[in-house]
Unconditional design. Structure first.
Length: 429
């Protein structure tokens, strides 16, 4: 699956990337850098409402590298045993794919697995941040990247004490986290009144303004020679001798040399068209974007026990969170939106209520162990997968795209790809 230097440009691209979200665009960027002709297929518009980046908080940086699967999460791993009002919710339903996913999730909820996952994710996050800093040094992209650090606020003594005990281990793992002393939170957010027990601070906390970042990144890629076909959906694969020889789409056929499936929550469905099963589950999240309240914090804040994040976007404030295993529905839940606002009132009781500018719900493709699926998949020689980045996809996508570029170009990868191999969970039963 190597792209050979000096090969002539064909009418059909060297690589077709299925999916124009943040993962697919970084795959395209890294492949184009290595000389490949690249076509990106996106089922809607770049950054459109179908995109996971249309309404998320856009967090990048070194925070959030802990896998979802950890010992404390075992209690939520049984459908029907969860509270619909809780930040994590698994809808009770009969689905073989969900049962298989949950079995592997339980296995990943160990201290050893969580530590191994953290090491992989923090390496990818640090590499991603370096790639983003390079990309966003350009004048057009600079305004879409903010790096003021992030505050992790804890409402309860138990939550703060538990988090404080992990600071030394987290710092040793490469995350510059520290406990905020008396008065430091007031210096970081002087206009905001918090009703919390304590807080931590990561100075490497950063975020992208989305979906504007995706739209501008697409413009940059087009300028570099990447073809991006919006409103184009894959409908089938032509396969011969263990190779994809044809892609059928709603806007004609393509005959690429290689294919990368980076279709977000639709990756599993797309892979099934090629006869391949992937262990992915869509985890639904919600967000509210409101007019900026006068007393809102000027930097990102994570309301830790509620699993709710707040991020300032100029004259807007985005509030996002909630994790729901409820299938492929993107329907906005009024119940979940109320939960977001209740969490904010609980932590920031004096924050003014302002006009709601956007209510949004989106799907994040998640693996049981929180590590993405990156690499060759199934028996097809010219197919790679890049998916499963979960709720930290913005912070993993740049490094994931680089790894795809390295694998297809036959280069030494920046990280060991074995923990990310798409077939590591075996065949669903």
């Amino acid at each position: 699956m190597t792209l050979e230097e000096g090969t002539p440009v064909r009418e059909d691209p060297d690589v077709v990337v299925i999916g124009g979200g943040v993962v697919g665009l970084f795959c395209a960027q890294q492949l184009r850098r290595r000389g490949a002709t690249v076509t990106v297929l996106e089922r809607g518009a770049l950054g459109g409402p179908q995109s996971c980046s249309a309404g998320n908080t856009g967090f990048v940086g070194t925070h959030g590298a802990a896998p979802l699967a950890e010992p404390g999460m075992l209690a939520i791993a049984v459908p029907g045993a969860t509270d619909p009002d809780a930040p994590w919710y698994i809808e009770p339903r009969l689905a073989a794919e969900l049962s298989h996913w949950l079995r592997h999730f339980r296995r990943a909820c160990s201290a050893e697995a969580a530590a191994n996952g953290f090491r992989v994710l923090i390496e990818m996050k640090r590499r991603s941040l370096a790639i983003l800093l390079e990309l966003c040094a350009s004048e057009n992209m600079a305004a879409l990247f903010e790096s003021p650090g992030i505050v992790l606020a804890f409402k309860t003594p138990a939550g703060f004490d538990e988090a404080s005990r992990t600071v030394a281990r987290t710092v040793a793992g490469g995350v510059p986290l520290r406990v905020l002393g008396s008065g430091e939170l007031d210096e970081l957010a002087p206009k905001t009144t918090f009703d919390i027990h304590g807080a931590l601070y990561n100075p490497e906390g950063a975020y992208l303004r989305v979906p504007e970042f995706l739209v501008e990144f697409g413009r940059v890629l087009r300028g570099a020679g990447v073809e991006i076909r919006e409103h184009t959906e894959v409908t089938g694969f032509g396969i011969r001798d263990r190779n994809i020889v044809r892609l059928n789409t709603t806007r004609g056929e393509l005959r690429p040399g290689n294919v990368v499936i980076a279709a977000g929550a639709w990756t599993a469905e797309c892979a099934r068209l090629a006869g391949m099963d992937l262990l992915l589950q869509p985890i639904r999240g919600h967000s509210l974007t409101v007019a900026m309240p006068p007393s809102a914090p000027g930097l990102p804040v994570l309301l830790s026990e509620a699993r709710v994040a707040m991020v300032p976007l100029g004259d807007r404030l985005r509030i996002g969170g909630q994790l729901e295993l409820t299938g492929m529905s993107c329907a906005v839940s009024d119940h979940r939106l109320r939960a977001l606002r209740c969490a904010v009132r609980d932590f920031l009781p004096d924050l003014e209520e302002t006009a709601i500018l956007q209510s949004w719900s989106g799907l994040r493709p998640c693996t049981p162990d929180s590590l993405p699926l990156i690499g060759p998949a199934g028996d097809l020689r010219n197919l790679l997968v890049a998916a499963g980045h979960g709720h930290i996809g913005m912070g993993l996508a740049p490094a994931g795209g680089e790894l795809v570029g390295q694998l297809l170009a036959g280069e030494q990868p920046f990280t060991d790809p074995i923990p990310l191999r798409p077939n590591r969970f075996g065949t669903p039963t």
